[in-house]
Design a protein around this ligand. Structure first.
Ligand code: AOF
Ligand code: ZN
Length: 357
């Protein structure tokens, strides 16, 4: 199962809204097949492993990180194929949260006489698919916030300097997060001040997320890198009040413009629904402070990775990592659950899941 989880993890970020899944087939103490689901619309993990095993699949044990499917989606059901190839036993890490499957895969296998065990390395396996689980249940993207700030919570100095707050190890890790998320979102303020590219830059080739810019007043310049650079798609979220001529100009430049509500500001909840409708199941939020604050106030951040550099920059008015009205009392503060701490060079990263009251 550990090997199956490694196979699944290796494909993180490349399966779109589909889960990552690994499968290892073992017979008489030998691995006879292994596989991973690599891309939405292509074969599931079990099918690759069965293909590799050929006739040796008969009488084998399958170790699968997710409940084998029982439905006809883009591919036929894996449980039927395991039955057909005469696999004897199926060991599964976690059940499939997809309502089309949820338990019926196990039922199908058991009703055909296969032994089924569930729950082996369950926590590790379900962690891999936290975005998939969220999306399949809510149809909204799983939002992971990433910030990089000084110990006093600043994301730039009072003059606006922000290069660099954290060191190379933390920054490289952030690029792996970009590979692992289907989309990346920033506010127009960040685009105007930094003119970022928002692509994935690693020492090895990687996938670029879809760029999402929150821009209520449609201030995005046609000369911004997120407009002119063609290596990734760009979506602009704005309101129904946005200037029609500017909208047409952006669309003519190949940008998708989504109208989210008729207020002064983009309706962020509606925006998440619209991104979900476009099969965006995971979103990396890279701020700035105002957008981070607004997303937090709306209860739309599901996970946070807060990088802190061991520096204090001070500066009254220097931008902070969360800018919003806040709460009167400490007891009302948003708390992070399941907190873990990692070190990247001299920087630390706190990872946690906000609990909204
Ligand atoms: C498995 N093994 O490797 C994966 C599964 O559209 P489809 O046919 O690819 O089906 C997608 C659904 O199948 C997905 O939502 C999830 O429930 C399940 N994924 N199941 O047995 C796999 N990737
Ligand atoms: Zn399947």
């Amino acid at each position: 199962m550990r090997l199956a989880i490694q196979l699944a993890e290796g494909a993180s970020g490349q399966t779109g809204i589909n889960p990552v899944v690994g499968c290892v087939l073992v017979k008489d103490g030998r691995i006879v097949g292994m596989g991973a689901h690599l891309k939405r619309g292509t074969a599931h993990a079990e099918i690759h492993a069965l293909q590799m095993a050929g006739p040796e699949a008969e009488g084998s044990t399958a170790y699968v990180t997710l409940e084998p499917c029982s439905h006809f989606g883009k591919t036929p059901p894996c449980s039927d194929r395991l039955i057909k190839e005469k696999v004897k036993r199926v060991v599964v890490a976690c059940s499939d949260p997809n309502p089309l499957v949820a338990g019926s895969g196990f039922e199908r296998l058991r009703s055909h006489g296969l032994d089924v065990d569930v729950g082996v390395l369950q926590a590790e396996a379900s962690q891999l698919n936290e975005a998939f689980t969220h999306f399949i249940q809510t149809r909204r993207p799983f939002v992971t916030l990433k910030t990089a700030s000084t110990l006093d919570g600043k994301i730039a100095s009072r003059s606006g300097d922000s290069k660099w707050i954290t060191g190379p190890a933390a920054r490289a890790y952030v690029h792996t997060l970009r590979h692992r998320n289907q989309a990346i979102m920033v506010g127009i303020g960040t685009v105007l001040s930094d003119d970022p590219l928002l692509t994935t830059r690693l020492e090895v080739p990687a996938l670029h997320p879809i760029r999402v810019i929150v821009d209520s007043g449609l201030k995005l310049p046609l000369t911004a890198q997120v407009v002119t650079d063609r290596s990734a798609e760009t979506i602009v979220l704005t309101t129904e009040n946005a200037d029609a001529a500017k909208r047409e100009a952006l669309e003519a430049a190949g940008i998708t413009v989504l109208l989210c509500g008729s207020g002064q500001q983009v309706d962020l909840r509606l925006a998440m629904v619209k991104l979900g409708e476009r099969d965006i199941g995971s979103l990396l939020l890279e701020g700035g402070g105002k957008l981070n604050g607004a997303m937090l106030e709306n209860g739309l951040i599901d996970k946070m990775l807060l990088f802190y550099a061991p520096k204090i920059i001070g500066g009254n008015g220097a931008p902070g990592n969360f800018s919003f009205g806040g709460f009167e009392l400490m007891k009302d503060a948003i708390e992070l659950e399941r907190l873990t701490v990692q070190q990247f060079g001299s920087d630390v990263c706190l990872t946690g899941y906000p609990r909204y009251r």
